[in-house]
Design a binder for this molecule. Structure first.
Ligand SMILES: Cc1cc2nc3c(=O)[nH]c(=O)nc-3n(C[C@H](O)[C@H](O)[C@H](O)COP(=O)(O)OP(=O)(O)OC[C@H]3O[C@@H](n4cnc5c(N)ncnc54)[C@H](O)[C@@H]3O)c2cc1C
Length: 253
């Protein structure tokens, strides 16, 4: 049963322009969190709609999440100060499934890198990580991912930092020449489509996290549905409840 929790903000940093890194205190959420799950946060704006934000990390009684200011909700949330309380529903959703993989690969783009951090840690620093950003000014968490992965490649779409071009291209080149038994991904839709295609062409298992627009967050309102390969009642799956993480072969992007 999903529970509403009060979380005290214990640290807040703007890590790149308009992107805020929050750590809040809440033992219940920290203990229950599985990587890839998200929080549904009451940002305190006029709309009264909660906003979904992925859990970046959770340990002891601490829960970390990082978000980009997009509209009214995230703007209001970014103005919360250390010591204030946030009203949070979570942890929600179906996260990444970790099996005994030999050569896991993680690929994230933009704000999609945040839910992949706890995953990289839980893969015991055994994953090869690819992170893509629009340009050098948007690059973040490189050192942190580097410290919890076997290898971390960063790229930018405009070539202003690291690998020059779409990070899915760097990943495709890598898997043609190196063993890989699973791909985990989160990021913008064009990147996810490319990753799904590359994984399927190469017969590699792939788990993707979708960051669809969302309403209730608990499976009741159907705002966040995505089309699946199934027929009948499972044709449309709810990202908030059945996901946000799906086997890439199951969803139509
Ligand atoms: C499961 C899940 C996990 C997420 N995790 C993170 C995270 O870790 N960090 C983070 O920065 N963001 C994350 N998001 C996206 C985040 O929820 C939205 O950016 C936020 O709800 C926007 O709210 P707002 O009130 O600030 O903007 P709004 O006023 O609601 O929207 C501002 C603009 O952003 C667009 N927008 C809103 N929601 C989305 C969305 N889901 N996808 C694409 N465009 C959208 C709107 O169309 C509009 O153009 C996640 C979304 C989901 C579904």
């Amino acid at each position: 049963m999903e529970q509403i929790e009060k979380c005290k903000v214990i640290s807040k940093t703007e890590i790149v322009n308009g992107v805020f890194d929050f750590t809040v205190e809440n033992e219940n959420i920290a203990k229950k969190t599985k990587c890839g799950q998200f929080l549904h946060i009451d940002c305190g704006d006029k709309s009264f709609l909660r906003r979904p934000i992925s859990i970046c990390d959770a340990f002891d009684d601490k829960v970390r999440f990082i978000f980009e200011v997009k509209g009214e909700g995230t703007k209001e949330l970014s103005q919360k100060q250390v010591g204030e309380y946030i009203d949070v529903l979570g942890p929600l959703g179906h996260g990444f499934e970790i099996k005994n993989y030999k050569n896991p690969l993680i690929i994230g783009g933009g704000i999609g890198i945040f839910p992949l951090f706890k995953l990289a840690k839980e893969l015991n620093s055994n994953a090869n990580v690819f992170l893509g950003f629009r340009n050098k000014d948007r690059v973040c968490m490189e050192d942190e991912f580097d410290s919890v992965s076997k290898m971390c490649i960063v790229g930018t779409d405009d070539g202003s930092y690291g690998y020059n071009g779409y990070i899915a291209n760097a990943m495709e080149h890598y898997i043609k020449n190196n063993p890989c038994d699973v791909i985990f991904s989160c990021g913008p839709m064009p990147m996810l489509k490319a990753v799904k295609g590359i994984a399927e062409e190469n017969g590699i298992e792939c788990q993707i996290s979708l960051e669809q627009r969302m309403g209730c967050g608990i499976g009741a309102c159907l705002v966040c549905v995505c089309e699946s390969i199934f027929e009948g009642t499972n044709k449309y799956l709810r990202v908030c409840k059945n996901g946000p993480v799906f086997d890439s072969k199951v969803v139509k992007l």
